[in-house]
Design a protein around this ligand. Structure first.
Ligand SMILES: NC(=O)c1ccc[n+]([C@@H]2O[C@H](COP(=O)([O-])OP(=O)(O)OC[C@H]3O[C@@H](n4cnc5c(N)ncnc54)[C@H](OP(=O)(O)O)[C@@H]3O)[C@@H](O)[C@H]2O)c1
Length: 322
């Protein structure tokens, strides 16, 4: 089968398209024939060796895809060949991937594979930050940084569906127009405007209740300064670099909260995971959650796709097609 492989750490240039053996079934797993592979920002960290999971050379990047089950281990009675699924699991930049059965999500008929590919990581990250890590209430004000991105555009819609007032931040006016179309009440170009000052202005000095921050260094400290009383900042990434260290005592005066988030752990908590899945599929059925595909690249052009993601032009999900 065709797969992308790396045998050294680095940027997009370390990825090569190769012919490698198809994976074999192991107990507790399924083989998925990937039809749509979702690119995540974490894939860039993986090839650089700075992601949670480290490459074992030669290794295949990728952690999310949708396709059809090709084969099922005998000890997995719950899944059948031919079922349309999406999954979270390493090694998705390939024609076939072996995945642990509990990381596989059967997808509803009405959902296209292109949309479904964004659910296991991007969409569930957005939903669980808003409703598990935070308990979003309709009167609350939320800042979603990088609001045009894969997680961001889902978070804007999920927060709106819950009745919140949503401020998105983006780095270009072109992205701002798109984020407005997906329901954001206000969009701030944080390259040209100070987002914290804007957030305070838009809330008459009160500040916001929740910030979803995967940018890090340029946004974290400033974010703390525009939280309302009892405000909450969830740090779930570092596209702009790791945040500066901060003094926890600075949280006292406004009783602030800072949380972290990593989506894979939710798959270990069956009830929480099921609640999230039911909610996001319902929102999708009701037309309240749509995941735009920004661009698709053939698998062989994975390098160009990563360069595009690094360029900050990407909107919605970026896909690879095997
Ligand atoms: N913890 C978790 O479980 C989890 C799960 C999924 C994703 N994440 C994190 O969530 C973030 C979004 O992931 P995604 O896959 O949906 O990507 P994405 O948002 O589609 O793309 C990343 C976006 O980050 C913004 N960005 C800010 N500073 C940047 C910089 N210096 N270089 C490149 N981009 C920069 C860009 O948007 P603007 O230019 O508009 O700011 C860019 O479009 C990533 O940081 C990712 O690591 C975390």
């Amino acid at each position: 089968m065709k797969a992308i492989q790396i045998d050294r750490l680095g940027g997009p240039e370390v990825m090569e398209l190769r012919e490698i053996p198809k994976p074999e079934l192991k107990p507790g797993t399924v083989i998925v024939k990937n039809q749509v592979i979702a690119i995540n920002f974490g894939d860039l960290f993986f090839t650089q060796g700075t992601y949670l999971v480290k490459p074992v050379f030669p290794d295949t990047p990728g952690m999310e895809a949708a396709g059809v089950i090709d084969a099922v281990a005998p000890d997995v009675p719950s899944l059948k060949p031919g079922t349309r699924v999406a999954y979270i699991g390493m090694g998705s930049y390939a024609e076939y991937t072996r995945i642990r059965a509990n990381r596989v999500i059967p997808i509803p008929d009405e959902l296209s594979l292109e949309e479904a590919a964004a659910f296991p990581i991007a969409v569930l990250t957005a939903w669980h930050m808003l409703h598990t890590c935070h308990r979003l209430e309709p009167h609350q004000v939320v800042i979603v940084h990088s609001a045009a991105g894969g997680v961001g555009i889902a978070a804007v819609q999920i927060a709106k569906a819950a009745g919140a007032r949503v401020f998105g931040t983006v780095s270009s006016d072109a992205k701002a127009a798109i984020v407005r179309q997906y329901g954001a009440d206000e969009v701030i170009n944080y390259e040209t405007h100070d987002f914290a000052a804007e957030a305070l202005r838009l809330t008459d000095g009160r500040g916001v209740d929740l910030i979803l921050d995967a940018v890090g260094k340029p946004t974290f400290t400033k974010g703390l300064s525009c939280l309302a009383m009892f405000g909450h900042l969830i740090l779930y990434g570092r596209a702009g670099g790791a945040p500066d260290r901060f003094d926890p005592l600075s949280l006292f005066a406004k009783a602030l909260k800072v949380s972290g988030w990593a989506v894979p752990m939710v798959y270990q908590y069956h009830d929480i995971h099921r609640r999230g899945l039911e909610a996001v599929f319902r929102l999708s059925r009701e037309g309240k959650l749509r995941i735009p595909v920004g661009r698709s690249f053939p698998l062989a052009e994975a390098r160009a796709a990563h360069e595009y993601l690094l360029s900050r032009q990407s909107v919605g999900k970026l896909l690879l097609i095997p």
